[in-house]
Ligand binder design. Structure first.
Ligand code: OAD
Length: 231
């Protein structure tokens, strides 16, 4: 049985990483257009990097929670692929081996001059904005910002995987950011069962076969039992 987990910021909330929307969401205090767009970066790379440096500090202290761990452990029993909108790398830290990162990774940097990409785990950054180790150009976070496209190979693979799964479990996403939010609709149309784990209603709830109104860790315990019942 092939199961795809589509995850969003809510799965890392119990690890202490703030979500984007909701009462204490990041976008209540910061405007996406000031911080998460290519124009914002060109205007003020120092401001954008200070925000990323702060978030990298939070992520560096975060540990995978029970939900990440249960998904990783399921690999021993079933064919599991994770498609995540998160940039925190916690699925890999929990042991998941097949993870597609739709929005990039907060630890990866990309040079705006020579375009080289590599990982940089410095916390806090010694220099803001950080400079490329090869050419001295200004680095940017290798993440997908508003107005930018998800790399075509990753997007195509996520569409293909969504079309070819038997179950899709959507954990902790508000389902309002596209193209990620299309994936449950693609899976459903192709005949997959859809499970949603989220304490709140989302646009994905209406097409879900099973709604688990719990936080990610408690919801995943229920979900694992459900998946085992399908084997
Ligand atoms: P959001 O912040 O939009 O949504 C988080 C979702 O998680 C909400 O539906 C919450 O109800 C739910 N949630 C909160 N706590 C939870 C918990 N403990 N367990 C389970 N669910 C919980 O985050 P995303 O949907 O991931 O994009 O946001 C999508 C994209 O918007 C992000 O990748 C980011 C953002 O702007 C970019 O930066 C391109």
């Amino acid at each position: 049985m092939r199961v795809v987990f589509l995850t969003g910021a809510g799965i890392s909330a119990e690890s202490g990483i703030p979500t984007f929307r909701g009462k204490s969401g990041l976008w209540n205090n910061y405007k996406p257009e000031d911080l998460a767009t290519p124009t914002a970066f060109m205007r003020d790379p120092v401001l954008v990097w200070k925000w990323y440096d702060w978030r990298r500090g939070i992520v560096s202290k975060a540990k995978p929670n029970r939900a990440h761990i249960l998904i990783a452990e399921l690999e021993k029993e079933i064919d599991v692929i994770v498609i995540t909108q998160n940039v925190d790398g916690l699925h890999q830290k929990a042991g998941s081996t097949r993870v597609l990162e739709l929005h990039g990774n907060i630890w990866r940097v990309r040079c705006t001059a020579c375009y080289d990409t590599y990982y940089n785990y410095e916390v806090p950054l010694r220099e803001i904005p950080p400079r490329c180790v090869n050419c001295g150009g200004i680095l940017r976070p290798d993440v997908v910002w508003f107005g930018e496209e998800i790399p075509a190979n990753i997007l195509e693979e996520s569409f293909r995987i969504s079309e070819n799964c038997e179950v899709m479990v959507v954990v902790g996403t508000s389902g309002v950011v596209y193209p990620a939010a299309y994936l449950p609709f693609i899976a459903k149309r192709a005949g997959a069962r859809l499970v949603e784990i989220n304490p709140e209603d989302t646009p994905i709830s209406s097409i879900s076969d099973m709604k688990i109104r719990e936080k990610a860790s408690g919801g995943m315990e229920i979900c694992v039992k459900y998946l085992r019942s399908l084997l």
